[in-house]
Design a protein around this ligand. Structure first.
Ligand SMILES: Cc1cc2nc3c(=O)[nH]c(=O)nc-3n(C[C@H](O)[C@H](O)[C@H](O)COP(=O)(O)OP(=O)(O)OC[C@H]3O[C@@H](n4cnc5c(N)ncnc54)[C@H](O)[C@@H]3O)c2cc1C
Length: 356
């Protein structure tokens, strides 16, 4: 396959790059390693099909994220505010009962969620592109400059995937580090890739779907924090016209989670919600656990130890024009203003598409 621009990675950044290039009439082809699009964005439905819940990103902040706000509006997607009304629970010590705080917790700025889950954004972007431009189940593992000066992309089995004038790498730098480039890229570039943490890649989310929002009935918001675990931060995940649900971020390390295993973790999460919100928590309709640290197309073992704060992202000037500008870095970790966030994925896509 011959194309003007090959995009490697079908997360929000790669998809939005394809959307922008297609709108400008630029020939491009997108290659995604997984069987699905979205990357770190993943929303799951309940068995009744009443809506979708997010196991990856759930929130955006329209007042601070102009690109995302514009895109959500432009694609005709509906947003709603994160439920925070009601008291908050705090669990400090194992041997002490959780405490209830009536004043609650106001998210400032207000966090918004998308109807249909964040996946609605992915679906809408994909639907706006000809399906012939999108190729799932296609991991790109090598990029080689040919004698004619073109860029040849191949898969792990060595089979040629495409030949392009330019390549946009819309994936976390740590995943770029597992690819092979001929001629070789500078050693300093490989080090930068390996030292750039993939935002949230070491995290895991647990989601429990219920018949009744039993916490709201007790004047509780569904928000809780804990130093006991296994979850450290919990929130309401209900759908406005669908099922009630709760979600939490795991506080246990990736290594401890792997040691415990999925079923034990789910059981411990339900037991924690029961301590905080009552015994009805033990009777969910469904429970999901998504451990992003165990996803090889998101995380590497280096991501098992998350960074202590939000890293300063962006591409060092020395790597801004690899292979005379024909190998272009994208993905949220390359964004200067909001690197790590969904807005950063759009920011990176805009910058990359302008270089084509
Ligand atoms: C649990 C969790 C919660 C989060 N919460 C929020 C939130 O509330 N708000 C927010 O703004 N952000 C949040 N984030 C961050 C947000 O998910 C990311 O900023 C965004 O999804 C990154 O998009 P991306 O396209 O840059 O990267 P990715 O989504 O990682 O996409 C990269 C894609 O490249 C593919 N790929 C990898 N290697 C190859 C290869 N060799 N060949 C082909 N394809 C390849 C991957 O499969 C993937 O689809 C959260 C993330 C997680 C994990």
């Amino acid at each position: 396959m011959r194309t003007a621009c090959a995009i490697v990675g079908g997360g929000l950044s790669g998809l939005y790059t394809a959307f922008l290039l297609h709108r400008r009439g630029v020939d491009c082809q997108l290659f995604e390693a997984r069987e699905r699009l979205g990357g770190r964005i993943l929303s799951v439905g309940d068995a009744q099909g009443t809506g979708r819940f997010d196991l990856g990103p759930a929130w955006f902040w329209p007042d601070m994220q102009p690109r995302l706000r514009k895109l959500v509006d432009g694609l005709g997607l509906a947003a709603f505010e994160q439920q925070t009304l009601g008291a908050v629970m705090v669990e400090r010590f194992k041997l002490e009962a959780p405490q209830r705080y009536e004043r609650g917790f106001n998210m400032e700025p207000r966090s918004m969620r998308l109807q249909g889950g964040m996946q609605a954004l992915v679906d809408a972007l994909a639907a706006s592109l000809p399906s012939s431009r999108i190729h799932c189940n296609l991991q790109v593992s090598t990029v080689r400059e040919t004698a004619e000066g073109l860029l040849e992309l191949s898969g792990p089995d060595g089979a040629r995937v495409a030949v392009a004038d330019r390549v946009i790498l819309a994936l976390p730098p740590r995943l770029i580090a597992r690819m092979t480039f001929t001629p070789a890229l500078p050693e300093a570039f490989a080090r930068w890739c390996e030292n750039t943490p993939t935002w949230m890649a070491g995290q895991a989310k647990c989601l429990a779907i219920y018949d009744e929002p039993f916490w709201l009935g007790q004047g509780l918001s569904g928000t809780a924090s804990s130093f006991v675990g296994p979850m450290m931060e919990m929130h309401d995940a209900s759908l406005p016209d669908g099922r009630p649900a709760l979600f939490g971020f795991m506080g246990l390390s990736a290594a401890a989670r792997k040691g415990l295993g999925e079923e034990a973790l789910k059981g411990a999460a339900l037991a924690q919600w029961a301590r905080l919100f009552g015994p009805q928590a033990l009777d969910p309709v469904a429970v999901h656990l998504m451990d992003w640290a165990q996803q090889p197309d998101t995380a590497t073992p280096a991501d098992w130890e998350p960074p202590l704060g939000h890293p300063a992202y962006g591409v060092p000037a020395a790597f801004a024009a690899l292979w005379s500008g024909r190998l272009i870095l994208s993905g949220t970790e390359t964004a200067v203003e909001q690197g790590g966030y969904l807005e950063g994925a759009l920011e990176a896509a805009e910058a990359a598409s302008l270089r084509i």
